[in-house]
Design a protein around this ligand. Structure first.
Ligand SMILES: [Zn+2]
Length: 223
């Protein structure tokens, strides 16, 4: 028995064979009516839009200041890049490299790679290096830690309030929005894309075989 093709209802434990859904449909439990799963193409539009929104928010979060501190008539602003540069010049290069990888490099790699495969699959073709890109997404995903950084910034704000006047800037809100959107992006399982790529390859293979058969018939008819 092929266990991979079975699905259990979360509500009543009834076991079903998992048929491939066409278009924007969803499968419901026959016994209790609970939603079992939605077709991948339905998820695709939403996750594609969300990934694009994440990329725009990511640019705002990286490019604008996070906080402005005002104390004794002096003001100081800092962005993530500014903080990284300060860490680097203060001889804390390993910390700077780790913060750069977990808050900029890995999240950006994941978002760009996800958008690359999502757009191609949505257009109905499998992009070059598809398997490698999906493996890269699964590799970098656990190392993106924007939510940990956000938590650190919030703790810093609470501690600094008694020492200086803290004014939140655009990047702080962008990081907040990015943290929430990334939760939804991470909920999307990239393995779904493997199923969809197999489907596209099978469809293209069938069309190719049909075209070859057609041209063979034409040759026979003309000879
Ligand atoms: Zn059920």
């Amino acid at each position: 028995m092929n266990h991979e093709n079975l699905i259990a209802c979360h509500e009543c434990d009834a076991l079903f064979r998992k048929p491939r859904l066409e278009g924007k449909s969803s499968a419901h439990c026959r016994r209790c009516g609970a939603l079992l799963y939605r077709s991948a193409s339905r998820q695709l539009d939403g996750i594609c839009a969300l990934t694009l929104a994440c990329l725009f928010t990511f640019v705002i979060a990286q490019g604008f200041p996070i906080l402005e501190l005002e104390t004794g008539g002096m003001t100081s602003r800092t962005s993530l890049i500014g903080a990284l540069a300060t860490l680097w010049t203060s001889d804390m290069r390993i910390v700077a490299a780790m913060v750069f990888c977990s808050t900029a490099l890995f999240p950006l790699t994941e978002l760009a790679a996800l958008l690359y495969v999502l757009v191609a699959i949505r257009q109905g073709y499998v992009p070059p290096g598809f398997n490698r890109v999906l493996r890269a997404i699964q590799f970098v995903r656990p190392w993106g830690m924007i939510e940990v950084f956000m938590l650190g910034v919030l703790i810093t704000i609470v501690k600094m309030v008694s020492l200086a006047r803290v004014i939140p800037e655009a990047a702080l809100f962008a990081f907040g929005a990015l943290t929430l959107m990334l939760v939804l992006v991470v909920m999307f399982d990239p393995r779904t894309l493997w199923d969809m790529a197999d489907e596209i390859k099978a469809r293209r293979g069938a069309i190719g075989a049909h075209a070859r058969r057609g041209s063979l018939h034409k040759k026979r008819a003309t000879s």
